[in-house]
Design a binder for this molecule. Sequence first.
Ligand code: ADP
Length: 315
Amino acid sequence: MVKRIGIDVGGTNVKIALVDGEGKIIYSNSVPTYAQMGYEYTVNNIKQAIRDLMKETNTDSKDIEAIGFDFPGQVDYKTGVVKLAPNIPGWVNVPIAQMIEEEFHIPTKIDNDVRCAALGEMKFGAGRGCENFICITVGTGIGSGIVINGQLVRGAANAAGEIGHIKLQMNDGPICGCGDTGCLEAFASGPSIVAMAYDYIRGGKSAKFREMAGDGEITPYIVAKAAEAGDPVAKRIFEIVGTYVGMGLVSVINLLNPEKVIVGGGVAEAGDLLLDPIRKTVKERAMAVAGNSVEIVPAELGNHAGVIGASMLGS
Ligand code: ADP
């Protein structure tokens, strides 16, 4: 049986899994990233996690076809170097694929996290059988992986898919984490849901999410729960956010004419609260042929998309 290792590197934790040729997770574990200790420390923890995985699953290097990593940031797929990962300080020009290959003698590839999620969805999730689709994730930021003619699109400098930085406003607009203004992500990510929630409270609107959060912080999760409980303000927030995401997607759908848009990421756990306004906006605003033929569906692999997709890199 084919076995591959997928490693999903995040700002807080590194998830590691042994995955079979059907995309089933045979073993999984996670170790803290502790980026503040320097990247060498994290790499050593990852190496130990790989050794632990092999011990626990009775495998060694010759049983494992490949190792794949995903990172939330800019990576060079061809050379296996992490260029910059804004949420993992210190990971600048780190030749991670070479470091792992030298240690384990297993071919190692790396890619961006949302692209890996798209690859996972294409092989084993909502993208099965699709030649042309976009996988968009809505969480702290908004990213996407693009599949055209059955192939991931990486772009000239491995930077394709930055849907969160489609400009929805030409002049001014909210400031985005990228340093520009008017980006989709600055209007519609998790932090903008939270900012809107506090604005409504300041404006004196009665809002259930304040009560539900108690003394704690309001999160997109709490706003979604309040909307599910019928709170009109919370429902309105998801309508606004879904409309913005839909507007960003309209441009992509007009440009690429995908069969499907697969929506994942933490905020997409809100389900139809987010998907319905996206569908409505696409129906109303995309050009007729592309807009009528696209299906907007939830991601299927959830939390595991990263490790499953990463394990399939180069397959
Ligand atoms: P990140 O983008 O930081 O990697 P995620 O994609 O997991 O992380 O998104 C995290 C966000 O998803 C959090 O802000 C959280 O409140 C939100 N979230 C989690 N579950 C839900 C839910 N059911 N409905 C709406 N938002 C949710």
